[in-house]
Design a protein around this ligand. Sequence first.
Ligand SMILES: [Zn+2]
Length: 124
Amino acid sequence: MHEASLANSIVQVVLRHADRAGADMVRSVTVELGEWTTFNPEQVGFWVKIGFEKTVAAGARVYFKKVSGSIRCGSCGYEGKCPEPAGETGSWIGPVLSCPNCGHTEVEIVHGREAVVRKITVDR
Ligand SMILES: [Zn+2]
């Protein structure tokens, strides 16, 4: 149930923001999902909508934007896209990534693991 707990934190972020902004109504929410996350956007959206019920965000549209993955290599300094990672892509821990330039596995993920609320549109 990773989707439900992610949805719950999205709902918290949105409602806090709406409250701070003095919003009467939340129109839409854009969530960025990294390509190396294992979240199913449809399920996340489903849970978010349930969380929004009876709040100022009830009926808000939820959009998902896919963020492509990129890495920074700790060995050669390569920065950029990483080809289809080897290993189990369905696991929670995620795939093992290696540098396409030198093959090193000590790579830092710059993008691809995020699941963040990027944009919230409200009415006041
Ligand atoms: Zn490298």
